[in-house]
Design a protein around this ligand. Structure first.
Ligand code: FAD
Length: 335
């Protein structure tokens, strides 16, 4: 038997026959993410069910000098969750997908990292007064996992203008180090604390070492986040930003953003697509519902949340927007 077969058997003894595979179709399917870069076919794919199994797998990988690629749901666009070149173990964490605790007093949720952003927010919306994670993951959050988002420093699925990247809401992690040691970061690293509630304290921010690390510093197995009550009122609008005699669209958007900050409007999210991107979306027939063919400029989209209608009206960007013209059906206006 060669070393790969030895490693396979030892891993099979840990996780059980059903949860490891070296069959060709499985190995090929795990040689891909959503992107087409850096294709490599792993030797095997394993689906651990808990951190202890992850720990044993990493110890075996160390023994045989085999590379390990942690993987959530493979929505990565930069080759992260598949091997670079053939070989290695793809470690799929998606069986670890439970919500472990919702601490309504401290407003913190603790999850296994294989749950998706949308599943987490869906379940949180049914707890107590109804909660969500504020920054709701990447735009791929219907499939992307918490572990993938934290490893990629994801931002873009909604709420980032108000809450920042998903990593900014993280108050602690459980990580299996490449040696197989299982550690906690944040308040929970203190053995006198049974609940995570903050990431920071005296001493270095050890969570930060694992956030945005694309999985190279260890395998995240649990994560704790701040949660927020679901807002009562929500608003959104899309504008076309045209070029003027003296300013290109991005300069006008920058001006708008400065005004927005000065007036302290509570924006939940804020996207700007420059004219080149908009043309690309139109020519490739992507996002048909968002764009009209006659758009000549950039697209600005924002969302806002509030607890009262009055607050929602105050948050509206309309008052900042000058020279508003007649809108087409999918736009709030042109400026
Ligand atoms: C349609 C679409 C829209 C997207 N929109 C956005 C967006 O708005 N913002 C954005 O940031 N990204 C976006 N992405 C990119 C990508 O989906 C995200 O970065 C997402 O976080 C990946 O999550 P995943 O569970 O699929 O992770 P994977 O693709 O499986 O893994 C991503 C990386 O994290 C590592 N990893 C995964 N789980 C763990 C773990 N438990 N421990 C350690 N390392 C781990 C992997 O090794 C890999 O390097 C988008 C992708 C698509 C296809």
């Amino acid at each position: 038997m060669n070393e790969t077969q030895n490693a396979y058997e030892e891993i099979e003894n840990i996780v059980g026959t059903k949860f490891v595979s070296d069959s060709e179709p499985i190995r090929y399917s795990y040689s891909m993410n959503c992107d087409f870069t850096l294709q490599g076919i792993p030797d095997m794919v394993v689906k651990p069910k808990n951190p202890e199994e992850v720990s044993e797998i990493l110890k075996i990988a160390n023994k045989y000098g085999t590379k390990v690629i942690p993987r959530g749901n493979g929505a990565d666009l930069t080759g992260g969750s598949k091997p670079i070149g053939d070989g290695g173990i793809v470690l799929d964490v998606t069986l670890m997908n439970k919500i472990l605790d919702v601490d309504e007093k401290n407003r913190v949720v603790t999850v296994e990292v294989g749950i998706s952003w949308s599943e987490l927010c869906e379940q949180l919306s049914n707890v107590g007064i109804g909660y969500y994670t504020g920054s709701t993951g990447p735009a791929s959050g219907f499939s992307a996992t918490i572990g993938g988002g934290l490893s990629n420093n994801s931002v873009g699925g909604g709420g980032a203008a108000m809450y920042g990247a998903v990593t900014e809401q993280c108050v602690g992690l459980e990580v299996v180090l490449p040696t197989g040691e299982i550690i906690n970061t944040g308040a929970k690293a203190n053995s006198f604390r049974d609940k995570p509630f903050t990431r920071f304290g005296l001493g270095a921010d050890y969570s930060g070492i694992f956030l945005g690390d694309v999985g190279i510093h260890g395998v995240k197995t649990k994560a704790s986040f701040n949660i927020y009550p679901l807002p009562e009122y929500r608003g959104y609008a899309t504008y076309v930003v045209e070029k003027t005699n003296d300013k290109i669209p991005v300069e006008r958007v920058t001006e708008l953003m400065i005004k927005w900050q000065h007036q302290r409007l509570q924006l939940h999210d804020f996207f700007y697509y420059p004219p080149g991107n908009v043309k690309n979306l139109i020519s490739r027939k992507i996002a048909k519902s968002l764009v009209d063919k006659d758009i000549d400029g950039g697209l600005l989209y924002y969302t806002t949340v509030a607890d009262t209608q009055k607050q929602l009206d105050y948050n509206s960007m309309k008052k900042l927007i000058f020279k508003k013209r007649k809108a087409t059906k999918s736009q709030e206006g042109v400026f």
